[in-house]
Ligand binder design. Structure first.
Ligand SMILES: Cc1ncc(COP(=O)(O)O)c(C=O)c1O
Length: 397
């Protein structure tokens, strides 16, 4: 089998080039929401089904804004997934919030069963990540947050097209963040915070947007309007070129979704009944996958080798399967265990590693590949499918 060309992202067509070209003539820096930044934010809010969206230079900076807008700081605790990309939780640690970690369920998502045991008098919020596009059990998690008067925050970076019980993720809690770097909807680098709540929107604007915008868009009666000139001290706006790319991508969202769901459907059909690997997607009756990656679950009991060895074998045949490394258990990292947020790295605390068996089980069996679906990806899809089927046959017990 000949290896296909490597997956490239995003698909750069003529309309995308023209969008960037037009923006070069229009503006390279918007100070308020009157230009492409505002247009992109409005379209993104519509895409998610939220009242407001605010654009940032990265998902990480949007998460930071979310932490500050939620009013969380030293003395507060947030419950976060032990298994996620680090930026779900690092902005909280940066602000001195104690991050308390919950183990993962069978999808690598925060396990709602872990929540009651982690609740203290200082818990203010729960943040979830819809890992690899699979929506969390938002019914159980939202009920827990309501019952305990906690803010529910969502990291939807993997889950741009995901829904739970027919409702789009990003609309279940107080605020949500979507990273838009190498994601289903991309801006190159970037991120958005979405919310239905006006005060959260205004507080998020103070965190990273320009004062001209704050003066215009924050209600003069709000107690925090006094901060409009300086904001909260940082600047983390999205560039206009990123917003122009994002608008182009949103105009193609239906097409991106249709193509990616079709690829998932192809894998589902071919893997049906395969004892070695199955598609790692939540039951479509419960939730829709967010279309970030192609996620597979390896079944070691049905195979003669381990998930890592199986993945190596797939890679040797020119595929892009891998077992994620940069996303892992973050709970034992020293950043989350400093008694004082200003403590220098040189005196990083020794951390007695805690065990997260749910997360480890998921990590040990999860294999992913790019979720192909751009025009021209057909050969790559066929090659990945054929390799998977042949390798599964070779290693089946
Ligand atoms: C789950 C999750 N949260 C947050 C981020 C951070 O986003 P960014 O890289 O845009 O800062 C990422 C990045 O990939 C992510 O995967």
């Amino acid at each position: 089998m000949n290896a296909p060309a490597p997956y490239t992202w995003p698909y750069v067509d003529k309309p995308l080039r023209q969008a960037v070209d037009r923006q070069l003539d229009r503006s390279l820096s918007d100070r308020d929401g009157s230009g492409v930044i505002g247009e992109f934010e409005r379209e993104f809010a519509r895409f998610v089904g939220s009242r407001h969206a605010i654009a940032y230079s990265s998902g990480t900076s949007a998460l930071h804004a979310m932490c500050v807008a939620a009013g969380l700081g030293e003395g507060d605790e947030v419950i976060a997934p032990a298994y996620t990309f680090f930026a779900t939780a690092t902005p909280f640690a940066y602000e001195g919030v104690k991050v308390v970690f919950a183990d993962a369920d069978g999808w690598g998502n925060l396990d709602p069963a872990a929540l009651p045991g982690l609740l203290t008098g200082r818990t203010r919020a729960v943040i979830v990540t819809h890992m690899w596009g699979n929506p969390c059990d938002l019914t159980a998690i939202a009920a827990f947050c309501r019952a305990n008067d906690l803010l529910l925050l969502e990291d939807c970076s993997h889950a741009h097209f995901a829904a739970w019980g027919g409702q789009r993720v990003g609309t279940f809690g107080a605020m949500a963040v979507f990273s838009t770097n190498q994601k289903a909807i991309t801006t190159g680098e970037g991120g958005l915070l979405v919310t239905d709540h006006d005060p959260f929107r205004e507080l998020a604007l103070l965190h990273g947007h320009y004062n001209k915008r704050s003066f215009k868009e924050i209600s003069p009666d709000a107690p925090y309007y006094r901060y409009a000139l300086t904001g909260m001290g940082l600047k983390s706006r999205m560039t206009t070129l990123s917003a122009a790319i994002g608008l182009d991508q949103l105009a193609k969202a239906d097409d991106i979704e249709r193509r990616r769901r079709a690829v998932l459907g192809q894998f589902a059909a071919v893997l049906d009944g395969n004892p070695v690997v199955s598609l790692a997607n939540v039951d479509p009756e419960r939730g829709a996958n967010g279309l970030y990656v192609l996620g597979l679950r390896f079944h070691p009991e049905a195979a003669t080798l381990s998930a890592a060895e199986f993945t190596d074998r797939l890679v040797q045949h020119g595929t892009e399967f891998d077992m994620p490394g940069s996303t892992s258990v973050i709970a034992n990292e020293p950043l989350f265990h400093r008694p004082d947020r200003k403590m220098p790295w040189t005196t990083a605390p020794d951390v007695e590693p805690a065990d997260y068996p749910g997360a480890q089980r998921f990590i040990g069996s999860f294999i992913k590949a790019p979720l192909f679906g751009y025009p021209g990806d057909e050969q790559a899809v066929t090659h990945h499918l054929d390799t998977l089927v042949a390798a599964s046959k070779d290693v089946a017990r």
